[in-house]
Design a protein around this ligand. Structure first.
Ligand code: NAD
Length: 650
């Protein structure tokens, strides 16, 4: 292979880097096996001559560099925090540039593309996006029951495919599993506007809600995985105590097999890609069932296929609750469920029959507690956003606002002004705060809760007009509600709409008790200038997550696990804890292949019993004498065990 621009050594360097990035496996041919370099001049021919000279030189250096070193270099570049800014930038550019050339060469090798795709088992009938360009959903969204409910697809076959794919991905290294997820991150960034169109069409969100709460956290989580997953999931050597002298212990993190992900409708792209990515990086295959209200048909498959994930590894199956239940009956190795408490309970009951591990991310009734020393302007704005973001259709939105009596009236006046300013429109340019409700079922529920509360004495402090004359079923405006009592249904029921009940409290203990007096325990927020008080209150709250002087922000940090207590769910996802929950955490102990007979093996004798007793007493008493005694009894026990092992009981 000759090039107008690169000599033989530079080409050799390029091929070497290519093989480091695409080493090949049973599905993907190795970079150099595809004669990929024949398109090189078409790819780099457009570069300015100075860049061409630099590239040729750099590749020449790489030609003489050991592959292991090149691999280490790419790894080092991902640790950008290790480098000063002036070095991190150029290194990252170099990284992107080289990968760009190599992946373009690989995938543009037209004579082979078909074979590559076949070997990667790309779905021939990849569904395409339906319904784009954007049309906002002014009519109530009707659930899409999919085609499985009619029994037209064979669930056994779906599970069989998933099991095979799961055993394949389990054999890949974490780096290899990471590669398509890094690609997925790039694709989500590239296609962000197109994806937001689809999300808006099905959910009626404002455009900014879709960007801030779906696109950003997806990319952020994938980026976190890129940086952290390998370290969390690699095999770990752990300590082996002195009593097991001569042995070594490890923890392996392996896939569980097939993970069934069942999602709700409120963050449909986020609730799809984030759990799927968790399952994949840990070495599992995924069967994903989106909500029938927001199927985003074809979008998830298209992203995953383009990222290089085979259609067997992640299968998207459309349908409603009946299908979800039928899929559970096929016994996946784990169920990751996000949705309502009612469905969560049904799922756990069904999973219990087959002992399938479940993770339940359920509803919330999050309290926000504002003490008298909090910054009022900030906490008012925090309350308005925390309650109304995504039109209140968020599991961690503020549903109970407790304000200290000393600042209550002042706070309330400012809150009414702030909430009154919220702009409501399913916009196309990011210039709107909230959109409309996603579906009619939920809109009806929210309206019934508010009407019940008002009938029993509660008062709407904002957008009162909506009580008497709503503009449309799905357009529920932001409402602050005062005077909510335990006689009202809204008291301990998840609202899941843009409604904010506000309460006055008098003391720390009073507010802690009231905040904890709920069947839910997802998140909370505490607002105060006193860090000691913030820590004390945070520790007293019965929730899975607490933000101090901020709201819903634990979710914003991918290093923090997420999940609830009480009716808000079981388990954690995200962060290191979250990744590990998708793994079979395997404990492994290595011993030597000798003829030695262990002291705790048969035969048991009275002498052995006493020696072992003495050894145990010495071991756990500690101190230097304990250690000496331990060594003495240990030696005697070993000798006795060896003797008994050869001759048997006398
Ligand atoms: P839902 O429980 O009605 O439905 C969720 C999913 O479960 C859907 O895909 C549905 O088809 C499926 N399903 C229904 N019945 C089933 C069954 N018997 N077996 C298997 N699957 C079944 O919830 P929703 O209305 O879509 O979502 C809103 C709820 O989700 C709210 O309660 C909200 O708080 C919660 N949520 C929680 C989190 C969290 O992370 N904790 C995040 C988002 C939403």
């Amino acid at each position: 292979m000759a090039s107008k621009y690169l000599d033989k050594t530079s080409l050799r360097g390029l091929e070497k880097v290519g093989n480091v990035l695409i080493p090949g496996n049973q599905h993907y041919p190795k970079f150099s096996h595809l004669r990929t370099l024949r398109n090189i001049d078409r790819i780099i021919g457009e570069l300015p001559s100075a860049d061409l000279t630099d590239l040729a030189l750099f590749l020449k250096v790489l030609a003489w560099t050991p592959s292991l070193f090149i691999k280490a270099l790419f790894w080092l570049i991902t640790k950008k925090d290790l480098f000063p800014d002036f070095l991190a930038g150029p290194l990252r550019l170099m990284d992107i540039g080289l990968k760009g050339i190599i992946y373009t060469l690989y995938y543009s090798n037209t004579s082979q593309t078909e074979n590559i795709l076949k070997s990667m088992e790309y779905c021939a009938e990849t569904p395409s996006y339906e319904g784009s360009p954007m049309q906002t959903n002014t009519a109530a969204m009707t659930p899409d029951e999919g085609n499985l409910e009619s029994g037209s697809i064979d669930l056994d076959k779906i599970f069989e495919k998933a099991k095979n794919a799961g055993s394949q991905i389990g054999k890949l290294t974490i780096r290899e599993r990471l590669a398509p997820l890094i690609e997925l991150k790039e694709l989500v960034l590239e296609r962000q506007e197109e994806l937001i169109d689809i999300i808006q069409k099905e959910t009626n969100k404002s455009r900014s809600d879709a960007l801030f709460s779906e696109i950003f956290p997806i990319v952020d989580t994938l980026h976190w995985m890129e940086v952290e997953a390998e370290n969390i999931l690699k095999d770990k050597k752990v300590k082996t105590p002195i009593v097991l002298m001569g042995k070594t212990s490890y923890i392996y993190h392996q896939g569980l097999g097939v993970v069934l992900v069942i999602s709700p409708w409120n963050y449909p792209l986020f609730q799809a890609l984030v759990p799927i990515a968790h399952a994949l990086i840990c070495g599992n295959a995924v069967i994903y069932k989106p909500s029938e209200f927001t199927p985003l048909k074809g979008a998830v498959e298209s992203l995953l296929n383009d990222a290089g994930v085979s259609s067997d590894l992640v299968q998207v199956i459309y349908g409603g609750g009946k299908l979800g239940s039928d899929l559970i009956e096929k016994r996946p190795d784990k169920i990751f469920f996000t949705g309502s408490v009612g469905t969560g309970k049904k799922i756990m009951q069904q999973a219990g029959k087959h002992l399938i591990p479940v993770e339940l991310e359920l509803g919330g009734k999050d309290p926000m507690i504002v003490f008298e020393d909090a910054n009022i302007q900030r906490s008012v704005k925090g309350a308005a956003w925390g309650a109304m973001t995504n039109a209140g259709q968020s599991c961690t939105s503020v549903e109970r606002l407790y304000v200290h009596e000393d600042i209550y009236e002042n706070f309330k006046s400012e809150l009414i002004v702030e909430v009154g300013k919220i702009k409501q429109l399913i916009d196309t340019n990011g210039n709107s705060d909230i959109g409309h409700m996603t579906n009619s079922q939920q809109a009806k529920k929210v309206r019934a809760l508010v009407l019940d509360a008002v009938a029993k004495g509660a008062k709407a402090l904002t957008n009162e007009y909506w009580i008497e004359s709503p503009k449309s079923e799905l357009e529920i405006p932001a409402i602050v509600l005062e005077g909510v009592t335990s006689e009202m249904e809204i008291w301990d029921c998840e609202i899941f709409g843009p409604i904010l009940p506000i309460f006055k409290f008098s003391s720390e203990i009073d507010v802690i008790n009231r905040a904890n007096d709920s069947s839910f325990g997802l998140s909370a927020s505490v607002w105060t200038a006193d860090k000691t008080r913030a820590t004390r209150v945070t520790k007293s709250l019965e929730t899975g997550n607490v933000s101090v002087n901020n709201v819903m922000l634990t979710e914003g940090n991918p290093y923090l696990p997420f999940g609830g207590v009480k009716n808000s769910g079981i388990g954690r996802y995200k962060g290191a804890h979250g990744l590990l929950s998708f793994c079979n955490i395997k404990s492994v102990l290595f011993d030597g292949n000798s003829s030695k007979v262990e002291a705790n093996w048969y035969p048991y004798t009275t002498e052995k019993y006493h020696l072992f007793d003495n050894l145990m007493q010495a071991l756990f008493k500690g101190g230097i004498m304990g250690l000496i005694k331990f060594a003495f009894y240990g030696l005697k026990l070993e000798m006795l065990s060896g003797k008994l092992g050869k001759k048997g009981r006398a």
